[in-house]
Design a protein around this ligand. Sequence first.
Ligand code: HEM
Length: 375
Amino acid sequence: MNSGTSDPGKSKQPAYWTYIRVEDLLSLQGGLDADEKSLTNDEVLFITVHQVFELWFKLMLREMVVLRDLFRVQVDEQRLSGAVRGARRIATILRRCVDHFEVIETLTTREYLEFRDKLTGASGFQSAQMRQLEILMGLEESSRISLGAGENYMQALREADGSDSPALSRVLMQLDDRPSLREVIDDWLFRTPIDGSSPDDSRDPENVASFVEEYLAAHAGEIDTACRFALERTAKGFDKEAVTARYEQEKQSLRAFLCPEESEGGERRRRIRVATLFIITYRELPLLAWPRELLDGLAEMEQFFLVFRQRHARMVERMIGKRTGTGGSSGVDYLDKTALAYRVFQDLWAVRTFQIRKEAAPELRNESFYDFRYG
Ligand code: HEM
């Protein structure tokens, strides 16, 4: 970039500091009194690290909107590469976020306690962009874990006197911005041809049922073999009945997964789950290459959201132990619960349990349907 000369020929070329807005950026670490000189290095570090995270959240939000919008219209397999790139970019950013916790861990508990009291009431719990990410991704409102003090996450986004805040407006706007990423991915999976059969084919229910029956049989065969091996190797005194029951339970779990209750979405959810299993099972087929990469990319993205939550919880435990959070939650206990419960792409995780070896997969019908077609 140029040096900001007054030469008229160059006046339209921006300088680095103009483009990056460096001075604006460096003026934002002054804390509550906007006076950086009055703050210790520890506190400036604390503020800066949070700001860096918020910038990463901003980028992830932009990527997730593009990813979601790609699926608002019917998307062909070849265009899925853009979606895969988006999911992987989000996962990469999250990986970096996880590393950033190391920087905050250079603070000792005592150093943090020096300024912690003035934060009371303020917490990462009020990060509107984090909530936006969760909502856009498709986290169900019903699965949210309460702060434990009768307060929900929307109330926490209000100003201390109960009035609206910019954070609240952002989150309300996000709640209105449907569909979520999960909803569009579900729609796409619902339309995915299974053994070459699509939902608008008149015989689709029968075709899907045939695949399901054959998969259940193939899976049962794999489980029986695994059970036999396990029984042969169990030590004396080991409860063989309990081992057998555990393997039988795996078969039942697959049945339940492929025959969801009405409350879980019934027939529609069934087709979505079967399609997920189908893509993963025949992942080598040319036409399933991008769909399979997308499912892997989404799983990776969600994995790093979970790792982010777990990493944050361990950093918090190291920093403040099990005390109450500045946002009023039970602190680490609350954070650990979110790390377990906040999963959006649950079916994607479930199919890992039910996958079988390539050689054991049911014979594919209509294989030529999945050849690569250009254009
Ligand atoms: C000394 C460092 C930190 C401590 C002790 C800490 C502590 C906590 C605690 C106890 C909570 C639970 C809510 C509450 O009661 O306050 C929380 C929530 C949260 N914190 Fe931190 N935090 C720290 C740094 C960070 C950083 C650097 C980020 C990055 C943005 C962050 C992001 C979040 C988010 C997003 C939540 C909401 C989690 C959820 O509700 O799912 N925290 N934090």
